[in-house]
Design a protein around this ligand. Structure first.
Ligand code: ADP
Ligand code: MG
Length: 236
């Protein structure tokens, strides 16, 4: 793995932590919280995939990530685990509100992510919610501020940002743009830009994509700070 960049914003990267993560091949070797380790083990995951090995050491010490790896390579855990660890280390509690937002291109993918989050995160006490088109907006509206981790499609999240009274993302710690290429292919560029413009600037952002198109690079430029570029080409 490459050495740390010389000039990183103070406080964002913990070099001691990074050296503990680099070179690990199994999840259980990573210095994760017991809650996360138990969730990962009980979900049946042992050895990290290449994208997980390459990106988790950076993501876990707080860096922004631009990760590219083809479909099926295990990108989900490459961001779910850092989200859980970030909020755990911040001692995030139910009363702290929205700590992480994960954007997904489709309801189906959002549902899948929710399943992984519930399974891997089951020993943590965080609340998590799905904000997706097709759900009852009014029901979501009442619960949305009590959620620590929101998995959203862009249109629905923006609707809450624009119209739900007291919807508050001002303490957001981690933003994830999953399947960013598909989010952009689905025509959500305007929505994503509007969402990002309303989020606090001091945050960790991870952008994952199967392909590195020009529009993905444009979105990366807009949303990431000093990102670590991780591209993994795996045989099926
Ligand atoms: P991607 O988002 O890159 O398309 P996913 O995160 O959806 O990939 O993972 C694809 C499949 O691989 C899922 O069934 C997932 O459970 C499985 N998987 C992910 N990471 C691992 C791992 N470290 N070991 C075994 N299976 C894994
Ligand atoms: Mg995926």
């Amino acid at each position: 793995l490459p050495p740390l960049p010389a000039k990183s914003p103070v406080g964002r990267i913990d070099e001691d932590t990074y050296s503990q993560y680099a070179g690990c091949t199994k999840f259980q070797q990573l210095p994760l919280s017991k809650n996360t380790k138990d969730g990962v083990r009980q979900s049946g995951f042992k050895n990290m995939t290449n994208i997980q090995r390459a990106s988790l050491p950076h993501a876990l010490c707080g860096r922004d990530i631009l990760g590219a790896a083809k479909t099926g390579s295990g990108k989900t855990l490459a961001f779910i685990i850092p989200v859980l660890e970030k909020l755990y280390k911040a001692r995030w509690g139910l009363e702290d509100g929205v700590g992480s937002i994960i954007l997904s291109p489709t309801r189906e993918l959002a549902n899948q992510l929710f399943g992984v989050l519930k399974s891997v995160g089951k020993h943590h006490g965080f609340s998590a919610g799905l904000l997706i088109g097709g759900n009852e907006y009014d029901e979501e509206k009442d619960r949305v501020n009590r959620m620590n981790i929101l998995i959203c499609t862009p249109g629905r999240l923006l609707k809450h940002m624009d119209t739900t009274p007291n919807f508050d993302c001002s303490e957001l710690q981690v933003l994830v743009l999953d399947e960013a290429d598909r989010i952009l292919d689905a025509g959500f560029k305007k929505e994503v830009n509007a969402i990002i413009s309303q989020l606090p600037k001091y945050r960790q952002t991870m952008l994952f994509s199967a392909t590195q198109t020009k529009s993905v690079k444009d979105l990366a430029r807009l949303s990431l700070k000093d990102p670590e570029y991780i591209a993994v080409d795996e045989e099926a």
